[in-house]
Design a protein around this ligand. Sequence first.
Ligand SMILES: Cc1cc2nc3c(=O)[nH]c(=O)nc-3n(C[C@H](O)[C@H](O)[C@H](O)COP(=O)(O)OP(=O)(O)OC[C@H]3O[C@@H](n4cnc5c(N)ncnc54)[C@H](O)[C@@H]3O)c2cc1C
Ligand SMILES: NC(=O)c1ccc[n+]([C@@H]2O[C@H](COP(=O)([O-])OP(=O)(O)OC[C@H]3O[C@@H](n4cnc5c(N)ncnc54)[C@H](O)[C@@H]3O)[C@@H](O)[C@H]2O)c1
Length: 503
Amino acid sequence: MDRKDGKESPAGDAWIRPKRFDRNLVVIGAGSAGLVSAYIAAAAKAKVTLVEANKMGGDCLNFGCVPSKALIKSAKIAHQIRHADRYGLEAPEPKVSFSAVMERIHAVIARIEPHDSVERYAGLGVEVLRGYARLVDPWTVEITLKDGGVQRLTTRAIVIATGAKPFVPEIPGLAEIGYLTSDTMWERLRDRAKVPRRMVVLGGGPIGCELAQSFARLGSEVTQIEMASRLLLREDEDAATLVEASLKSDGVTVLTNHKAVACGRGEGESWIDVDHAGTIRRIAFDEIVVAVGRTPRLKGFGLEEVGIKVDRVVETNEYLQTLHPNILAAGDVAGPYQLTHVAGHQAWFAAINALFGDLKRFKTDYSVIPWATFTDPEVARVGLSEAEAREKKIPYEVTRFALDDLDRAIADGADRGFVKVLTQPGRDKILGVTIVGEQAGDLIAEFVLAMKHGHGLGKILGTIHIYPTLAEANKMVAGQWRRNHLNGFLLSLLERFQTWRRG
Ligand SMILES: Cc1cc2nc3c(=O)[nH]c(=O)nc-3n(C[C@H](O)[C@H](O)[C@H](O)COP(=O)(O)OP(=O)(O)OC[C@H]3O[C@@H](n4cnc5c(N)ncnc54)[C@H](O)[C@@H]3O)c2cc1C
Ligand SMILES: NC(=O)c1ccc[n+]([C@@H]2O[C@H](COP(=O)([O-])OP(=O)(O)OC[C@H]3O[C@@H](n4cnc5c(N)ncnc54)[C@H](O)[C@@H]3O)[C@@H](O)[C@H]2O)c1
């Protein structure tokens, strides 16, 4: 094909498409999206190169899901020790060795590292290059290798899986005083013997809430600052309210409707000024963690140079193709979600469409996407929230089951929370589920499966659940739905029948 053949690249007239290619696929970034894309390509017998500039495993393994969940576990145990008297045990103030907590976090990362290692992927048939990749044209990737040297590869297709990084707002003085983000905190706090005494967590999203609660439980005085009117804006208010109450009971000072306006240092300590309805308040701290969202890594590796728009995310169609159909994107860099399991889900579509898209393409399926925020209580969701249903004007009915009515939750002292199911009016078809409670992220799996395969609440009600488990909450909510929809006419007929049978 010569340069005038626009079939593969409508924007590619300025470049000459190679006649032959070194690779079937080059994947840029070895996080969740890149690893899965490369693995699928290798499984499909493609010649695939995976390029990683920093750490194999990307953000999830090194700076995100894995370290944060390891931190949450230590914090939860500290919390359980502190409140052991609720279970008839002595409740000493836990002695936290913060350096040991941090060491454990790094040990957990090290345990999981082999799953994402160069060796593992080489064994699966993926060539892994450590270095920084840059698009030269729609079919050529130049890699500045970590060990020195530059390598150019021509490739039929490219998957952009460069992820996202913490967004740092322009607050006067913030850069000068020094701040932590999820990218830096795990190394920067690694050798601290003690947990920071006073911490500010900027942001009330999932990252801010998980970190604020964990540090409070480990002994920090935490102030969490959120400029919106409440925490966890993506979730329904009833769910966020329970999380906020829990954070407060753990000692977090939650400041909603507070906007950070300036930072500085004076009299030996750092401070942040927050504006609440026109009143400025100063908060002193030892460490500040900025957790106000994550921005896709879009710049500096040639996307704009090949004409791809990079306003917010890499612009793709429903097949994850950019304006060059042979350049696709997956994971945080593509959006619309920023979740490891969605990155992996998209990766299948990106890899298959990259390799076979000119023969058959598959539309990315976002119909049933679950997620959880791992605060205590956890908040898990799949499908519509009430707020979304209202906004989209989708008719719905709500059925709730409160965990303080569930035997196992009562026995475990885990009775804060609820299961809330949205269904189509008059039908058991599930539109969305929110679960707040212990292990909500695990409990929701049953609803994810039901929604994925079109099973309604009736099917969940008809399924045996082990007694006594937290999972029974799912059946309970289905039972509640059934009771709400009993047929009055049928019931009165039954009553008359039974009366008649008694003679
Ligand atoms: C604190 C925290 C907690 C989180 N917790 C959860 C959770 O519990 N559950 C969940 O589902 N998600 C969670 N997430 C989100 C999750 O980490 C991300 O959604 C996921 O890592 C996205 O994967 P990705 O492959 O798109 O990007 P990444 O994991 O960011 O990988 C992209 C990789 O590309 C590399 N790269 C970038 N540019 C180049 C280049 N030009 N050349 C070569 N390499 C390049 C980067 O070095 C990086 O390693 C959390 C995130 C954070 C920060
Ligand atoms: N358990 C999980 O699945 C999990 C955990 C952590 C992160 N993540 C992913 O990472 C993404 C990023 O999370 P996040 O919590 O950083 O971002 P977010 O966008 O979810 O929340 C950021 C919050 O910060 C607030 N904010 C923004 N600017 C502010 C300012 N200047 N001052 C005060 N508040 C400000 C926003 O109003 C918002 O509520 C999430 O969208 C999620 O997809 C997932």
